[in-house]
Design a protein around this ligand. Structure first.
Ligand SMILES: *Cc1c(COP(=O)(O)O)cnc(C)c1O
Length: 499
């Protein structure tokens, strides 16, 4: 399998090169030259196997330059029982005989980004070795909260790597801040930035594009890399759990081999739902892909009209990981539905950066209409959904998952479609404790700190507090520094002892 770029079909590189490089030089994203196909017989066999074996099956179709040993090492390091609570890794929870929640939050940070960020560091170290790189890879991350923690947990104590995370000093929750500031590991560093998320992100971008600074780092044996969601090494582990969900439905006699299912995904950057689309293109029997947004509903409009328009108001919602107006992984989707037309994809992307919008051609609109349904819901409806699901089934879901559930309910009402559906559940409810608690109990103690709210949510609902969050308030703080946005490069130099 070779990899090409969404903006240049002449590029032809291995998966190791694509993972190491992250982004193509002309700005495109790396994509496989074709979709490997999977038969129903293979799916039947997989349904009798473990999550790790399912992961090996899917990963080996794309990362063909990795040896079996290399792949198994990555998988065994990432998906351990200790890190994911059980061997199920991504268990499927039956809501009723038509509706299932795919729980993607049993990893160390209680959110779905662990599914990819637990394995990416291992894929990256193998890729680096395979491409002859000898420098220490340093990952720089700007985070609005969750990605930073997931990346820290993934890279902690991974040989040949270091990681530094910047978060906006006043822009993350108490729980998120403590999660990062108490991070363990000998190769990690965390710093606040006085400013908002954009300040932190711009600071990191500036470091990445400073050629002189990169030269200085190289002289010191350091090469920079990023762990953001456009790296192909984050996409392919996400394809695995859609196959796994289908396998579990087969194994438990909930559907027959070949039956189609709907997949519902709460969407921000379009990474998670793109992985479901990849699974469909590989042969997984999928009917509709249901794309759920919060009030930042740029994707809902895009799916309905074919016009992507980011020039609109931006809302801070209670599902913050979906507060996004540029869904970067959509570029991969446009490339595929246009029949790998790199010229067309480039044109849309330059229109987006020049004018903030573009409109796709009618043939592409038709493909989207066949495959997708888009919907959104606001904060009030999100909270009502959390309450309703809890009252109906004594099952607690987080704000992002609630957006998906609400949009799915709307879809069913509009279409009457009774196809068995899998809803991606992307975070443990304790991760967004204040919003979840206020949904199920209006008169909660608003003055409490978040750590007390965790205890109160447990008292009200009886839902189990995930171990990493239960111990958090007693964890020692290791990182207390914050810097001005102009000083981020100095902070990196200090961490790496570069002069
Ligand atoms: C990142 C995230 C999402 C959005 O996923 P994308 O791949 O960016 O579409 C949804 N829910 C949670 C909890 C997340 O952390």
């Amino acid at each position: 399998m070779n990899f090409s770029s969404t903006r240049n079909n002449d590029i032809k590189i291995t998966s190791a090169q694509a993972i190491k490089q992250g982004l193509s030089e002309e700005g495109g994203l790396f994509v496989p030259e074709s979709f490997p196909s999977v038969t129903l017989e293979e799916i039947a066999e997989l349904s009798q196997k473990s999550y790790k074996e399912r992961a090996f099956f899917v990963l080996s179709k794309y990362l063909t330059d990795f040896t079996e040993d290399e792949l198994w090492n990555c998988i065994n390091n990432a998906y351990t029982k200790e890190k994911f609570e059980s061997d199920a890794i991504a268990p499927l929870k039956e809501y009723n005989d038509k509706e299932y929640f795919l729980e993607l939050w049993h990893g160390p940070t209680s959110a779905f980004k662990d599914m990819a960020l637990q394995i990416l560091p291992h894929l990256l170290t193998v890729s680096i070795k395979k491409t002859g790189e000898t420098k220490t890879v340093t990952i720089l991350v700007a985070t609005s909260g969750d990605t930073g923690k997931a990346a820290l947990e993934g890279f902690k104590d991974v040989d040949g790597t270091k990681i530094m995370v910047f978060y906006p000093e006043s822009g993350v929750s108490q729980v998120q801040q403590r999660q990062m500031n108490s991070q363990e590991g000998n190769n990690v560093c965390v710093s606040g930035v006085f400013g908002n998320f954009d300040d932190a992100q711009n600071g990191v971008k500036k470091i990445f594009t400073d050629e002189e600074y990169k030269k200085l780092l190289a002289e010191n044996g350091v090469v920079l890399s990023s762990a953001n969601s456009i790296n192909f090494g984050r996409l392919v582990p996400q394809v695995v759990y859609y196959f796994s969900a289908y396998c579990d439905l087969i194994k438990n006699n909930k559907i027959k081999l070949g039956d189609k299912i709907n997949v519902v995904v709460p969407t921000g950057n379009f990474g998670n739902i793109l992985a479901a689309y990849y699974a469909k293109r590989m042969g997984l029997p999928v009917n509709k892909l249901i794309c759920a947004s919060n009030s930042n509903n740029v994707l809902t409009d895009f799916i309905k009209t074919g016009v992507y328009d980011k020039t609109r108001d931006f809302y801070l919602t209670i599902s913050p990981s979906m507060d996004i107006l540029i869904s970067s992984n959509l570029e991969r989707f446009l490339y595929e539905i246009s029949g790998k037309d790199a010229e067309k994809t480039s044109k849309y992307m330059s229109e987006l950066s020049a004018n903030g919008k573009y409109e796709i051609s009618d043939d592409l609109k038709a493909i989207i209409a066949d495959n997708f349904y888009g919907g959104f819901c606001d904060d009030n409806a999100t909270k009502e959904t959390i309450k309703k699901v809890f009252e109906e089934k004594n099952y607690l879901i987080d704000t992002h998952t609630a957006v998906a559930k609400k949009v799915y309910d709307k879809y069913k009402e509009e279409t009457g479609d009774e196809t068995v559906s899998v809803i991606a559940s992307t975070a443990n409810p304790y991760k967004f404790v204040a919003s979840v608690l206020s949904s199920v109990k209006e008169d909660y103690n608003k003055a409490s700190d978040e750590f007390s709210l965790i205890d109160e949510l447990e008292a009200v609902t009886g839902a189990k507090i995930p171990a990493p969050l239960a111990n958090l308030k007693n964890k020692a703080v290791r990182f207390t520094d914050s810097c001005k946005k102009e000083d981020m490069q100095n902070a990196v130099s200090e961490f790496l002892k570069v002069k």
